[in-house]
Write a new protein. Sequence first.
Length: 468
Amino acid sequence: MKLEVKNICCIGAGYVGGPTMAVIADKCPEINVNVVDKNEKRLKGWNSLDLSLLPVYEHGLDKLILRCRGRNLHFSNDLEKHISEADMIFISVNTPTKSKGIGAGQASDLKWIDASAREIAKYARGETIVIEKSTLPVRTAQTIKEILDSSSLLNQNKKFTVLSNPEFLSEGSAINDLENPDRVLIGGDDEDSINALTKIYLKWVNPEKILTTNLWSSELSKLSANAFLAQRISSINSISAICEATGADIKDVSKAIGTDSRIGEDFLNAGPGFGGSCFKKDILNLVYIANHYGLKEVASYWQKVVDINNWQTKRVSSLIVEKLFGTISSKKIAILGYAFKANTNDSRESAAISVSKELLNEGGNICIYDPKVSISQIKSDLVEDPIHLSNLEKSEGGWASAPTAIEAIKGSDAVVILTEWEEFRSLNWSKVASLMRPPSWIFDTRSIIDLEDAKKYGLNIWSIGLGN
Ligand code: UDX
Ligand code: ADP
């Protein structure tokens, strides 16, 4: 396989493909990077002159786009052209959990991977290194290889090697994670291809941080890393319920256990349940694989991590209803934060979706404010149209969106903080109390507010993992 990479093509201009290619283009100005997608709306966003319309919100991404777009970074719908010109192709398409058929609810839906592999098989010319970037079940590379090899058999000029190079970026800090990775993992068996990809990362990553393994270890490492992280959250969330029941404080417990260097302090914040496109999907993939290999105990062990997560989210919505005297019918509830975590506009698998649906189902009127998630996204998640803010109080089980936190809070019976956006840490509690309808409740599912300050104004406060 040739070593010189001049043209990269990335299939999929999403949360992974967009930022990852922007960083590669920035660090490797001599390489031409083309990101291709079939979604015209997304492409329009990536090509927009107004950088606030980029489809992905990440700190620092706009600067990279400004620097590289039109120079050596391009967003296009011309898959044929860019695949055929590429020396290296990243597959960065969506791989959600299957909703029907074999493995529904557990296995990943690989139809977009399959389609991408077929497009590569059709359009690629000469020698091409194909890299799986999307999170995938173990042995997906085999599927990709088989599709590509069948086209090499028909056309001797086409030659492919497949590498796994999983992405460990975390949304909200994607650019920093890409520029300063803990490690870069490359799985494969073709030394020349591994060297070609390594050479790209060496532009900004220390060689000792670049790990190489076989394909299957690389694929399994990605799933396992996410499963371990998610497991920590389910563990701390399970302890948060014990804290509430016993009078302990989850913040003290997290600190006390996190200072043990073997445990470490990260990822010990109790919350309304983990969201995001990866954790649940990856654990369910592990569950599916374990069951496939007859490892029932392993499957049920990991399934419990997801079960606790669902339980935690449900626990939050149930206790909101309970604290509001068992009924929220026609009461106004302000939802502060809708993204699955702070500093992103992504709402995939956000706890806010389940909590909002439960509250709507109970007849509550919810008013949502999030600094970055669009109203059209919320509408598609809740599968229900919003009503005008001014009509909310006359409704029962309706939702509206507000332009600011204060607008959402006006006239509400309860405020539920679901995402840890910085601006919610420093709300003016005196003002909040004056705008709410007493007895006013604040539900802090992220444990971020200054309790002493808020309590001064007669607000009732429930904070996750805080026992009385
Ligand atoms: C995750 C992995 O961190 C990343 O390495 C992988 O590439 C993709 O999946 P991401 O989903 O972007 O990244 O976000 P992450 O920061 O891991 O948070 C996931 C969820 O867990 C969020 O809903 C977050 O609010 C929640 N969380 C995180 C907690 O509830 N408590 C914590 O202590 C940490
Ligand atoms: P991720 O978070 O993994 O980046 P996203 O859903 O944000 O996932 O992005 C995946 C992108 O891949 C979407 O914009 C989708 O339109 C694109 N995509 C999926 N299949 C194909 C395909 N066969 N060809 C081109 N683009 C594709």
